[in-house]
Unconditional design. Structure first.
Length: 309
């Protein structure tokens, strides 16, 4: 046991709350007098356990952030966790956005929020995060982290995604490789996501108009945005060009920070470098909570985005 592991021994509890007759669930790591609250949104074919992988406390966002003084709620997205089977009430993006906000409010009811709420999303969860942040209610957020997302698919993932859309309830071999390569980026018992897998609701396979929606909504996000792509990302185009392309979309954000996570595959929060990734973004969360302004270089970049737009 390393010296850090005792500090990660925070209690993580599963919570369920009623949202207009639909159960909403999530995992909570709560601290007294938090600096802020992080609400984490998992990707597809998993659930809130993505942010607290069983048996690997060093990989856990909930435990690491709690050790740093943040309360963390890993929310089961609409159609996952306790809300699975209620998809008929969440058929539209607007319904899912409302459900997420109401679930967040219900699960955090009566709990201290410190300086505010920060959204932290991964992969398919980034769609919901961008919708929430682009909503009028998003102006109250401290900021947003978007990891494992993009506008242009990596060449290796195009066929896999087409295959998955035909049956989103199953993870096909080609998609599995795109999501989990390279194997050395993950502990052996984590690779493949066997212990955190979950059936995906049908709506996950139907995002035909998402790119147009993303272009519209991203420009409406008013709060600071942090964007992470993995060094070995194989779902989305990555590297400096992929990051710059994403940054160009957030023309209304007060600050946009880009990060390529060394040594990581697509699933940045469960790989061997998860602790490094979490600590890096937690520094940004702290800056957002304290109201740190954009650096001069960041402001010049933002001004360039506005001129290009």
């Amino acid at each position: 046991m390393t010296s850090l592991e005792p500090e990660l021994a925070h209690t993580v509890r599963r919570l369920v709350a009623d949202v207009h007759g639909v159960p909403a669930s999530g995992l909570l790591a709560e601290v007294p007098r938090p600096q802020a609250v992080i609400v984490a949104l998992h990707g597809g074919a998993t659930n809130s356990a993505y942010f607290d992988h069983p048996g690997h406390p060093r990989l856990s966002l909930l435990r690491t952030a709690a050790a740093a003084g943040f309360t963390v709620l890993a929310l089961d997205r609409p159609g996952y966790g306790s809300s699975a089977g209620h998809e008929e009430l969440m058929g539209t993006p607007e319904q899912r956005t409302d459900f997420a906000y109401e679930a967040m409010s219900a699960l955090l009811d009566g709990r201290e929020r410190g300086l505010g709420v920060f959204l932290w999303a991964h992969s398919a969860g980034c769609e919901l995060a961008v919708r929430m942040a682009g909503d009028p209610r998003g102006s109250d957020l401290l900021g947003v982290e978007l990891a494992g997302m993009g506008r242009v698919h990596h060449p290796r993932s195009v066929l896999a995604m087409e295959e998955w859309r035909r049956d989103p309830t199953r993870t096909r071999p080609n998609l599995r490789r795109a999501l989990w390569d390279p194997p050395h980026a993950y502990p052996p018992d984590v690779y493949g996501g066997r212990t955190i897998g979950s059936a995906s609701p049908a709506y996950e396979g139907h995002r035909e108009n998402w790119q147009e929606e993303f272009a519209r909504l991203s420009g409406q996000v008013p709060v600071p945005v942090h964007i992470t792509l993995a060094e070995h990302e194989q779902v989305w185009a990555n590297g400096p060009e992929g990051l710059a392309d994403l940054a160009s979309m957030f023309t209304g954000s007060t600050r946009v920070v880009l990060h390529e996570q060394p040594g990581a595959g697509h699933n940045t929060s469960v790989g061997r470098t998860a602790l490094a990734y979490h600590l890096h973004v937690l520094a940004f969360v702290e800056e957002c909570a304290l109201g740190v302004q954009a650096l001069p270089a960041e402001r010049r970049h933002a001004e360039g985005r506005h001129r290009d737009g």
